[in-house]
Design a protein around this ligand. Structure first.
Ligand code: GDP
Length: 440
C-alpha cells in the first residue's frame, strides 16, 4: 500500500534536495507535486489543499529557504503534518463497562466479521480479556456460521440465536450471558447492506441506543477510496461512532482514505486490517503510518510483531540445541511456522525501510515456504532428527512424497547443512573471540 504515494513524494522532494539554492518557487512547485500525488492517491480534494497550504505556511515560518538542509526540513514538515492529518497519536479502546461492549458497524463486505475475530483474538492474547462474540447479522444465515468459524479459529465463544430476527433481544440476551459466564468484553457483529439504507441505519441506531456500547467502531474497506470517506460520513452522522477500522490495507489501495477519513469525520482511526488471517491487524499509529508513506519503513511495528510471536522459553531451548549442535529439521520447521505467524511476508518486508518499494513488483507470498514444508513433511521422524542418514534413495522418496524434485531436496539439505555448520561455528566461538572478530 501507499507505494505510489511514497514514490511520488520522494520524487517531489528530490527536486528540492537537488537544488543548490532553494527558492520560494521550488517550494511552491514541490508542494504542487505533493498535492497532485495526494489527489492521485485518492485523498479528498479539500484535505489535500488544506494539507499543502499548511505545509507551505510552516515551511515559510521555519525559514526553510535559509535552512542548512532545506530538503530534509521539508520532509520533516511533511512528515509531521501527515502524522497530524491522521490524528497525531494512537487512540486505544475505552473498555470500562462490565462487560465492556463493542459494537461493529459498516457496509456488507467491509470486513466486520473478520475484524470482530481479530479484535477478540487481540484482546484475549494481549490484554488477557475473556471476550464473547455476538452474531447480530440475522439476515444472512451464512453470516452466523462465518462468525462461528472465526470464533473457533481464535478460540472465543460465539453467542447466536439462529431462529430470531430481533437483534435488540439477541444483544440483550448475549450481555446477560456474558455477565453470567464472566466475559468482560462483548463484541457485537452486525448486519451490513451493500449500500447505506434507512432500514439498516435504523436498526443499528436502535441497537446502539439499546446496548449503550463503550465503543462503536466503523469498519471500512480502504480499497473503496473516496466512497469510504462518504460512507464514513453517513454512518457518523447517524451513529456518532468512536473510531474507524480501515481494512484491506494490504491490497492495491492507494491509501487516500486513511489520510482523508480522520479529517472528514474527526474520529480517530484505531485499527488497520492487513490481510485475511486473524493475526493480520495492527493498532493504528499515525506517526508510523507517516513513516511508511514517506518510504521510511516501519521498524517499530515490525519489531513489535516479532516480539509478539517470540516465545522466550522456546528460544532458550533452541539456543541450547544449537550449542549442542542438535538443531534438526523439527526446529527448522518451527522457525518457519513462527515467521509465518507474523503475517504476510511481503507485508513484513514492506515495513523495512527502503525494502517496500524495492519489492513492489516481486511476488512473495505465504506460499514461499510451501515447497520446504512439503519436503520436511515427507521426511520420517528419524530423518528429521538425523538428516545425515538421508541417502540417495531416501532423497528420491522424499522428492516424490513432497511433489518436488531431487534437486529441490538436495538444495534444502545442503542449505540445512550449511546453517548447522554456521551455527556450530557461532556457538563454538567464545564471547571474547567474537569481540576480537568484531573489532578486527
Ligand atoms: P463483513 O460482511 O463486513 O462481515 O465482511 P467480512 O468480514 O465477511 O469480510 C469480507 C471479505 O474481506 C472476506 O473475504 C474477508 O476475508 C476479507 N477481508 C477482511 N478484512 C481483510 C483485510 O484486512 N485484508 C484482506 N485482504 N481481506 C480482508
Amino acid at each position: 500500500m501507499f507505494e505510489n504515494l511514497s514514490d511520488r513524494l520522494e520524487r517531489s522532494f528530490k527536486i528540492l534536495k537537488g537544488e543548490g539554492k532553494i527558492t520560494e518557487i521550488n517550494v511552491a512547485e514541490t508542494l504542487k507535486d505533493v498535492r497532485r500525488a495526494l489527489l492521485d492517491a485518492d485523498v479528498n480534494y479539500k484535505v489535500a489543499k488544506t494539507f499543502t497550504d499548511t505545509v507551505k505556511k510552516k515551511a515559510m515560518g521555519m525559514n526553510v529557504l535559509t535552512a542548512v538542509k532545506p530538503g530534509q526540513l521539508m520532509v520533516k514538515i511533511v512528515h509531521d503534518e501527515l502524522t497530524e492529518l491522521m490524528g497525531g497519536k494512537a487512540v486505544g479502546l475505552k473498555l470500562e463497562g462490565r462487560p465492556a461492549i463493542i459494537l461493529m458497524s459498516g457496509l456488507q463486505g467491509s470486513g466486520k466479521t473478520t475484524f470482530s475475530g481479530k479484535l477478540a483474538n487481540m484482546l484475549k492474547a494481549k490484554q488477557r480479556k475473556n471476550p464473547l462474540l455476538v452474531a447480530c447479522d440475522v439476515y444472512r444465515p451464512a453470516a452466523i456460521e462465518q462468525l462461528r468459524v472465526v470464533g473457533q479459529t481464535v478460540g472465543v465463544p460465539v453467542y447466536s440465536e439462529p431462529d430470531s430476527k430481533n437483534v435488540l433481544d439477541i444483544a440483550a440476551h448475549a450481555i446477560s450471558e456474558a455477565k453470567a459466564k464472566g466475559h468482560d468484553v462483548v463484541i457485537i457483529d452486525t448486519a451490513g447492506r451493500l449500500a447505506v439504507d434507512e432500514q439498516m441505519m435504523d436498526e443499528i441506531e436502535a441497537l446502539k441506543n439499546s446496548v449503550r456500547p463503550d465503543e462503536t467502531l466503523f469498519v471500512v474497506d480502504s480499497m473503496t477510496g473516496q466512497d469510504a470517506v462518504n460512507t464514513a460520513k453517513e454512518f457518523n452522522d447517524r451513529l456518532d461512532f468512536d473510531g474507524v477500522v480501515l481494512t484491506k490495507l494490504d491490497g492495491d489501495t492507494r491509501g487516500g482514505a486513511a489520510l482523508s477519513i480522520r479529517t472528514v469525520v474527526t474520529k480517530p482511526i484505531k485499527f488497520v486490517g492487513t490481510g485475511e488471517k486473524m493475526e493480520a491487524v495492527d493498532v493504528f499509529h499515525p506517526e508510523r503510518m507517516a513513516d511508511r508513506i514517506l518510504g521510511m519503513g516501519d521498524i517499530v511495528s515490525l519489531v513489535e510483531r516479532a516480539q509478539e510471536q517470540f516465545d522466550e522459553k522456546q528460544a532458550k531451548e533452541l539456543e541450547k540445541k544449537i550449542r549442542r549442535n542438535q538443531f534438526d529439521f523439527n526446529d527448522f520447521m518451527n522457525q518457519i511456522q513462527q515467521i509465518k505467524k507474523m503475517g504476510n511476508i511481503k507485508d513484513l518486508a514492506a515495513m523495512i525501510p527502503g525494502v517496500g518499494k524495492a519489492i513492489k513488483d516481486v511476488d512473495i507470498d505465504d506460499n514461499a515456504f510451501k515447497g520446504i514444508e512439503a519436503i520436511i513433511n515427507s521426511m520420517t521422524p528419524k530423518e528429521r532428527i538425523h538428516p545425515e542418514i538421508i541417502n540417495q534413495s531416501r532423497r528420491m522418496r522424499i522428492a516424490k512424497g513432497s511433489g518436488t524434485n531431487i534437486q529441490d531436496v538436495n538444495r534444502l539439505l545442503k542449505q540445512f547443512d550449511q546453517t548447522r555448520k554456521m551455527m556450530k561455528m557461532v556457538a563454538g566461538t567464545s564471547n571474547s573471540k567474537m569481540m576480537q572478530m568484531a573489532n578486527a
